[in-house]
Design a protein around this ligand. Structure first.
Ligand code: NAP
Length: 247
């Protein structure tokens, strides 16, 4: 059994960055992707795809693969995977570190409306709003169900449901720049941006563009995750990983 093998729970640019750094330092790294994106950006090192089969499946994986350390670098909204990682790692006595990029914070000039869930965000939009939806492709139903709403929904892969005629789907992958985001918002006559509070630079430009244009942003707050040692700076996380692993 290998004793220094690191499992990264991925699906984010942060996870790819961490994998690249650890592989570059000669570490034995396997990244796990949920398998929901058909053509994911591929991390450095070994990669596996698909769910583990709940906590029990992950526990079995940790044992079978001789995992010495788990880094949860999933998206801030991937709450189930993070909770299962906490439980599985505790069960197998494997250390778990979480990388969590800081949430976006409201700044001068922002016009944010806070929502605690996707469903609440859909309810908070005023009648006949022109909406820029930047949420997951499986999370659109409650917006599409409101016949008074229209606008643009952006995602990497096509939505799994029929798109009402008053909505346009844009398939794009981050990062995005402020100028092109502002141009998109103006061209489509957008009145409201809907966003999860993902944090990070890659998708922040829609917020600065909305601020500049005086548009309202319905910001969906992060789900709670069970406690785990957390790092918001990659360098700090890597330093801690190197301390935990033997040379
Ligand atoms: P989730 O609700 O927390 O997890 C649902 C199930 O998907 C988990 O129970 C697990 O299946 C499987 N899963 C999730 N992440 C996995 C991973 N890295 N490796 C293997 N299995 C994984 O997760 P989600 O919100 O659907 O997100 C799925 C993936 O997309 C994550 O990797 C996340 O980092 C990425 N992502 C999510 C968002 C978002 O807004 N939620 C945005 C960008 C990227 P089993 O129970 O079978 O193990």
């Amino acid at each position: 059994m290998q004793t220094n093998r690191v499992l990264i729970l991925g699906g984010t640019g942060d996870a790819r960055g961490i994998a690249a750094e650890l592989v570059g330092a000669g570490r034995d790294v396997i990244t796990s992707l949920a398998g929901v994106t058909e053509q994911p950006l591929w991390p450095a090192g070994e990669v596996r795809r698909g769910g583990f089969g709940g906590v029990e499946g992950l526990r079995q994986f940790l044992v079978e693969e001789g995992i010495a350390l788990v880094i949860d670098a999933t998206h801030p909204f991937a709450a189930r995977m993070s909770a299962q990682a906490v439980e599985a790692c505790a069960g197998e006595n494997v250390p778990l570190l979480r990388f969590e990029r800081p949430a976006w914070k409201v700044e001068a000039g922002d016009r944010w409306i806070s929502a605690s869930s996707i469903g609440e965000a859909a309810l908070l939009l005023p009648p006949n709003a022109r909406v820029f939806l930047t949420i997951g492709r499986t999370e659109l139903a409650q917006f599409f169900a409101r016949s008074d709403l229209s606008g643009v929904a952006r995602m990497i892969e096509p939505p799994p449901m029929d798109v009402p005629p008053q909505w346009e789907v844009l398939r794009q992958r981050p990062p995005f720049a402020e100028a092109s985001e502002a141009e998109l918002l103006v061209r489509h006559g957008i009145s409201h941006v809907v966003s999860k509070n993902a944090g990070g630079d890659a998708t922040e430009a829609k917020l600065t563009a909305a601020r500049r244009l005086g548009l309202q942003v319905v910001m969906i707050g992060r789900p709670a995750k069970p406690a785990a040692p957390r790092f918001s700076a990659r360098a700090d996380l890597i330093r801690h990983v190197e301390r935990l692993l033997s040379p």
